[in-house]
Design a protein around this ligand. Structure first.
Ligand code: GLA
Ligand code: GLA
Length: 714
């Protein structure tokens, strides 16, 4: 286990260095010099106080090998700083200049078919290339030397979205690094042979130099799953090592400034094991792009719930999001009126103390010219720029109200997430290729919201012992040690919810024996009081077969049912499979949902997949969650001493929502109208320790957010 670096937050250039950070990626290298003064004028108008600078500027800084030119960057940083705008300076290694690839084509990654990946985009380098590393670290050292005493550079932005384009590299550099990684992990080839199950298909390894990367093996050949899983871990580790080498190169010269790199947590991707990465940054930051359609707000909150746990409850940084549409999907939905403000403040509601966008000024050319920005093609006379100015004003008001540094209050339920299980559920060797751990986490998260409650999302590897309930949706991989922790949690009085695809394999992708779920050598079955023997898999591919099965409590399963053949005598069967389709599949009366006392707590088993509406119906019937109001997302941020508290209310519906009895003074009421309730009349309804003027009623329109603050008597 690594120890986490101390939390350090970048200072602003305000008199006390404090305030909510607001700004975006700034790419002045795309524009003539005179645009920069205009940018700064507009930044000031919008209350921008931070930019992330030089992310893709390597070719400007080192136009030819060994020739470093800082003049233009000095001038930009100086003008920004004098205008009160702090710089989060990039290591500038996310994309390398073309001269480097011409001279050293051996740094280019290789795909699984053995094709060399071409230069011309971003991150066209192998994380394991010693040649590339030398060039990158030299650049880092040059930047650190040049800017170590610059008062306007208040944080370092390492790389950019490590692994976005070079997550999987099958080059010979990677092969050699993988062999070394395996040797460090397993120490003996016997241990590797055992872990990889190489007795299968004659894959015995005699020495570490026979270890292979899971390259394409022809036709539909399947990769050995434990080898694949280790390759995912290895790729994560190589990029993390690369990040650390860059960070350490800068820190050795420029100590004392906070380091970060922008993660890519949203529920359509989570390619790295950020539970590890979060230990290696001084403050956690993320890039989040909204999902179009009805999941928009829920998905944002779900991603942020994981972010807040990665930050261990400390404030975190939105490094990038969009003022409106992106340009990289089939259909790029724009944001509706109010969503720019709502999304930004929703991140704040979920614990963010920095709101930044990709990017400041919308590009005229290049691959991202049609990606929204803070200053759009239309210019300053535009809805988007006016929205940005309004947002800047609002964040300044929240800074003045003392929001910065307050922490998000935890809920009583933790949904557990594991990058290993996310990688494992992508394997093509499982009972169904339709599994997705992170998507199941998202469905449970949304179901809790639908049930009027809010859950947190916590990495499996972290400490979740303070929660009342843990939920494990498709946490396919559980080691013996994981199961031990889960059993101890139940033993001590916690409620454990395990679903159909949880605990099927161990960390080496070995199936547990003796019945499903087999993880922990049977201990997980003991907690749950169930034993299953087979999986019943449904789908439209099975032509003419029933493709959905009803449960006795009115719910429906459509993909996976564990054929539970025995339950412990002290277990309660909450629902069985029932009806014609169940009978057709020989599951009529088979337990589908069970509850079992274990120690002071209980183990609940949900033996089949359910859609989120059905999970939402199940949650209250199992006595889970704290029911509040399904129409809103309500979060609370509090100072460590409890003296100041902020309540955030976000409207989840498409219509108006009226809230009665809202405590505290409003600080932000975006698309929100104060109701008629008389605050004085209602003062007695307020928490006795609350010193504010009572409670009030408000109507929240679509995309509304209301933020109130309460100062307690000290
Ligand atoms: C083929 C192969 C077997 C096994 C089965 C699995 O028949 O010969 O080795 O892989 O497919 O269905
Ligand atoms: C990522 C990158 C940015 C930009 C945006 C576009 O977040 O970090 O450079 O490409 O995507 O959405």
């Amino acid at each position: 286990m690594t120890t986490r670096r101390a939390f350090r937050w970048p200072a602003l250039l305000t008199p006390d260095g404090r305030g909510i950070a607001f700004g975006g990626d700034y790419n002045p290298d795309q524009w003539p010099d005179e645009t920069i003064d205009d940018d700064i004028r507009l930044m000031r108008e919008a209350h921008v106080n931070t930019v992330a600078l030089a992310i893709f500027s390597w070719d400007r800084i080192e136009p030819r090998e060994g020739e470093f030119t800082f003049d233009w960057l000095d001038s930009v940083i100086d003008r920004l700083g004098k205008a009160g705008i702090a710089v989060d300076l990039a290591s500038a290694t996310a994309t390398a200049p073309l001269w480097l690839y011409e001279k050293h084509p051996e740094v280019l990654p290789v795909d699984r078919y053995g094709h060399v990946v071409n230069a011309g985009s971003r991150q066209s380098w192998r994380p394991t290339s010693p040649v590339f590393k030398e060039y990158a670290l030299r650049l880092c050292r040059m930047l650190a030397e040049h800017y170590k005493d610059n008062p306007y550079v208040t944080a370092w932005h390492m790389g950019n979205e490590y692994g976005w384009n070079n997550r999987h590299d099958y080059s010979d550099d990677a092969l050699h690094a993988f062999r070394a990684w395996c040797e460090a992990k397993y120490r003996t080839v016997d241990a590797l042979n055992e872990a990889w199950g190489t007795a299968f298909w004659s894959q015995h390894v005699n020495a570490f130099d026979e270890v292979l990367l899971p390259r394409h093996m022809g036709g539909d050949s399947m990769v050995n799953p434990p080898q694949q899983l280790d390759y995912e871990r290895f790729g994560n580790d190589m990029l993390l090592d690369f990040y650390k080498a860059e960070r350490d190169a800068i820190e050795a010269i420029c100590p004392g400034k906070p380091f970060t790199t922008n993660f890519m947590v949203s529920t359509d991707q989570c390619c790295m094991d950020y539970a590890q990465w979060a230990d290696e940054v001084d403050f956690v930051s993320n890039d989040h792009y909204f999902h179009e359609g009805e999941s928009h707000l829920d998905e944002l909150a779900c991603s942020d719930a994981l972010m807040d746990s990665l930050a261990l409850g400390k404030p975190w940084y939105v490094m990038e999001h969009g003022t409106s549409a992106v340009q990289w999907k089939q259909l790029n939905t724009r944001k509706r009126h109010g969503e720019l403000m709502r999304d930004s403040l929703a991140h704040v509601a979920m614990g963010a103390d920095a709101i930044n966008f990709f990017q400041w000024r919308q590009s005229r050319s290049g691959a991202e010219a049609f990606h929204s920005a803070m200053v759009p093609h239309a210019g300053e006379d535009s809805k988007i720029f006016r929205g940005v100015v309004e947002l800047g004003r609002t964040l300044a008001a929240l800074s003045d109200a003392g929001l910065q540094g307050t922490e998000l209050k935890r809920s009583g339920t933790a949904i557990l997430f594991s990058a290993t299980s996310e990688w494992a559920t992508r394997s093509e060797t499982l009972p169904s290729m339709k599994l997705g751990h992170w998507h199941d986490v998202r469905d449970w998260y949304r179901a809790f919201l639908d049930a009027g409650s809010r859950a947190d999302i916590v990495p499996l590897a972290y400490d979740w012992s303070c929660y009342r309930t843990i939920v494990l949706p498709s946490v396919l991989v559980l080691s013996d040690a994981d199961v031990r922790r889960i059993a101890d949690f139940a033993e001590a009085g916690g409620t454990v919810v395990v679903d159909y695809a949880t605990g099927i394999i161990d960390e080496h992708f070995h199936a547990g024996l003796g019945g499903y779920p087999g993880a922990g050598k049977g201990l997980l079955r003991d907690v749950l009081g169930v034993r299953g023997e087979e999986f019943n898999i449904l789908g439209p591919e099975a032509e003419g077969e029933p493709d959905a099965i009803a449960l006795s409590n009115g719910l429906t399963t459509r993909l996976w049912q564990t054929d539970v053949t025995s339950v412990a005598p002290d277990a309660t069967v909450i629902a069985t499979y029932a009806g014609e389709a169940a009978a057709d599949w020989e599951l009529d009366g088979t337990p589908a949902v069970t509850s079992h006392p274990y120690g002071e707590g209980r183990g609940i088993y949900v033996g089949c997949d359910l859609d989120r509406h059905d999970i939402a119906a199940l949650i209250p019937s199992l006595g889970l969650g704290d029911v509040t109001d399904s129409r809103i997302i309500h979060t609370i941020r509090e100072s460590a001493d409890g003296a100041i508290r902020f309540d955030f209310y976000l409207n989840r519906t498409r219509g108006d929502v009226t809230l009665e009895g809202v405590p505290g003074e409003p600080v932000v009421a975006h698309r929100t109208e104060a109701g008629t309730a008389d605050r004085a009349d209602r003062a007695d309804a307020a928490d006795a320790t609350i010193d504010a003027g009572g409670t009030a009623a408000y109507t929240l329109r679509r995309n509304a957010i209301l933020i109130t603050t309460t100062v307690r008597r000290v």
